[in-house]
Design a protein around this ligand. Sequence first.
Ligand code: ATP
Ligand code: MG
Length: 527
Amino acid sequence: MINWEELKHIHVIRKLEEILAQWFNTDIFFVDERGVIQNFDADRKSKEYKSPLSAAFLGREKARNHLFDFLKQASEKSFENDRVRNIVKGPAGIENVLISKITDENEILGAVIAYSYVDKEASSDSKSKLKAHLEELGLDGEQFESALSRLNVISEAQRKYFFELVDLVAQEIVTFHTEISKRDEKINDLNSQLGNRYSYHSMIGKSKAMQELYSLLDKIKISESTVLIQGENGTGKELIAKAIHFNSPRKDAQFVTVNCSAFNENLLDSELFGHVRGAFTGAIRDRKGVFETADAGTLFLDEVGDMPPAMQVKLLRVLQEGTLTPVGGTQQIKVNVRVLAATNKDLKEMVEEGTFREDLYYRINVISLVVPALRERKEDIPLLVEHFLSKGTREKNLSEKSFAKRTMEKFFDYQWPGNIRELENEVERLIVLSGPEQRIDSELLSPRIRDWADKSKLAGVKTTGKLRDMIEELEKTLIREGLRRTNWNKSKLAKDLGISRAGLIMKVEKYNLDKRKFARNKAGEAA
Ligand SMILES: Nc1ncnc2c1ncn2[C@@H]1O[C@H](COP(=O)(O)OP(=O)(O)OP(=O)(O)O)[C@@H](O)[C@H]1O
Ligand SMILES: [Mg+2]
């Protein structure tokens, strides 16, 4: 079954709809395999319909039913024959209806209906016959007569483009339908693979990746070893460091975080090792450094990849010797700290480049934890958004809220470069923006998330200008998108587009979409 709700939001389909309206004054309807008419903008006002005839029919309840019953029967009839494209006379008896079947490997999923156009001007004789016929049905004959005279005549030369565009809508629906089904299957699949642990300390997640992380954390919590936590921004590195500390025998002593990127070189020694009174101007009393504060506890070196070289040297010394001397002091102090470090940089690469000390790297990287990016464990998204949603509404004293299905789907489609932090902020934002609404609609999503899937699609296609130019541009965009989607598999794409492989190659050349050139152009754009 086609997920019409979802398809409604596919940019390419909307764009085609727009082009058909703009150029041919036709409206597009959809019908599913059971014969139910789908109308993407059910609450559209009748004057917003492009074809004067649809506007006339849809303006009134009775006429509307008349039109929809007709389209339903016509499409059912077309499902029974073998033709992909059927053209029938419409309910007014003069206009044409084009029905293009949506089929997926011999299975009929539905049809795209373009309503309506005429081949030539209707004679006044047939107009008055129609008027009488419609008045018999209790409809406003005047209105229909005037609508008929404004109906678009599609010339023979243009008809080919028109047919192709309507067929293209049907093909695009098949393509997206397949992609959507695959995604849904994947979600189901992933859900069934999940383990049974939903959280660890304050970390949430039940994906396989998180289960593995939890069992690793279980093993290392009692160890005294240094742990290096690596992962992209916002993946929860700090949360993991805290989980390690608060599950360890050191939990009653301090957890001290040092942000290595924010370190002031001048105050470095004093911050790390503390100072004694009178060590320098302004040192009016003894002050403990972070090592002493964390004594018997855990020192968390955040953003360790940004540690200035001077600090790297000093840190290494303390880690090796277990002792330090406060600034201005004479006595060595023994400290007992467990060090955890985190970074979103590739430390190994930094070592190779000479920007991070190799000896320090090995000292820190005794146990290595890599936190998976959110896009690699999308199956955790429902649990996470539920968590952030109920936390957010509770904190704000709001009644319970939920996400619309479409909003959840968008959460799944998006790639989350900012990982959990980005997701958390988005949920927070939605709670605020939804105001008193209980259900959070996808329209409220940040544009980058809402428009993610369609972003690169037909965004730039013009709908004005010469028809041929516009169609060429549309063709170019479709091929470019298709090449990306199929990973430059031209045979597959040619099949998808219903053209020969040689034909596709010619078009790829014509539009300059060759893979190498494409990569070069992109690089050029970026520069
Ligand atoms: N598994 C999780 N469950 C619930 N909340 C999480 C989880 N992981 C991260 N968060 C939340 O996401 C936010 C970012 O997490 P955190 O600060 O630990 O990430 P980070 O990896 O240190 O990020 P950065 O690299 O930007 O410093 C925090 O608000 C944290 O509470
Ligand atoms: Mg952090």
